[in-house]
Write a new protein. Structure first.
Length: 290
């Protein structure tokens, strides 16, 4: 199977900011912990009553991360797993999601993997927990073989999906390998044509550059990686976004005007390089199906 990243695809051209309506809507919340929640309501009768909590880019590290110009005062700063664990447990207790989904980039330094996995072991969805690799996770291969990382996830009660799918009833979840360092592949589906299909991918470029026939298989994609830019200016958005398409997929909800597929890019929780979030608070994404 050829590497789709080396072939020119025009899929990205058909994405635009999503239009909200009665079948796809969003509201913004802030929990007591100070974490932001983007709550999306999607009309999918086959999944009515189910919910998914998606978080990404925790980048657990020892240095202090500062949250500046957030709509709420808390959290002003944090380090390690203390505040992220508190915020995630609060959200799980409040929303009681059926599934937890993690979009990759768990840690910044390998020495924090045991702490991060102790955090992950505390996080439980009613029906399961699934994750994908991020580019920072795959950088750890020089210190930790991938099998060791997979074992850590298994011991914490999480299933790590890498170019593989999980099916349950009326939905399919497909986890894509990392776009920058991995070898992303979309293999044929074993599910039926009436299955609602969710693509979990760390990098939105992986979704935007999929060949049109493979992209059409999915109804919704969830991504992180860009951190929303970390530094955002009112009226402009991210000063810089980690994407080869620059600001096209920096943050928020998008839709493909040909297939009507939805793409949600979360700003995530942690930071890289500069330990600041300015006007870009850490967040979770809650999907509620009605």
């Amino acid at each position: 199977m050829p590497d789709y990243r080396k072939k020119q695809s025009v899929s990205f051209r058909f994405f635009r900011p999503a239009l909200f309506n009665s079948t796809f809507s969003r509201k913004d919340l802030f929990l007591a912990s100070g974490i932001a929640v983007k709550e999306y309501s999607l009309t999918v009768p086959a999944l009515a009553g189910q919910s998914f909590l998606f978080f990404t880019d925790t980048h657990i590290q020892g240095g202090t991360i500062r949250n500046i110009a957030s709509p709420v005062k808390r959290p002003r700063c944090w380090s390690g797993t203390g505040w992220p664990t508190e915020a995630l447990l609060e959200a799980i207790a409040l929303f009681s999601p059926d599934y937890l989904l993690f979009g990759g980039d768990l840690i910044t330094y390998s020495s924090f993997l045991p702490d991060a996995m102790r955090m992950m072991a505390q996080l439980k969805g009613k029906r399961g927990q699934f994750a994908v690799y991020g580019n920072w996770d795959k950088r750890r291969r020089f210190w930790l073989p991938f099998r060791v990382i997979e074992q850590f996830y298994e011991q914490a009660g999480w299933k790590l999906l890498s170019n593989e799918s999980f099916s349950a009833g009326a939905f399919e979840l497909y986890g894509l390998d990392d776009y920058k360092i991995g070898i992303p592949r979309v293999y044929p589906s074993d599910g039926g044509h009436n299955t609602y299909s969710i693509l979990l991918a760390h990098n939105p470029d992986a979704v935007a550059d999929l060949p049109e026939d493979e992209l059409a298989r999915f109804d919704l994609a969830l991504c992180g990686h860009t951190h929303g830019g970390q530094f955002r200016l009112p009226g402009f958005g991210a000063l810089k976004a980690s994407s080869k398409h620059w600001k096209r997929f920096e943050y928020g909800a998008y839709e493909n005007r040909q297939t009507n597929q939805k793409l949600i890019v979360s700003s995530g929780i942690g930071t890289t390089f500069l330990p600041y979030r300015i006007n870009c608070p850490p967040e979770l994404v809650l999907l509620k199906f009605v």
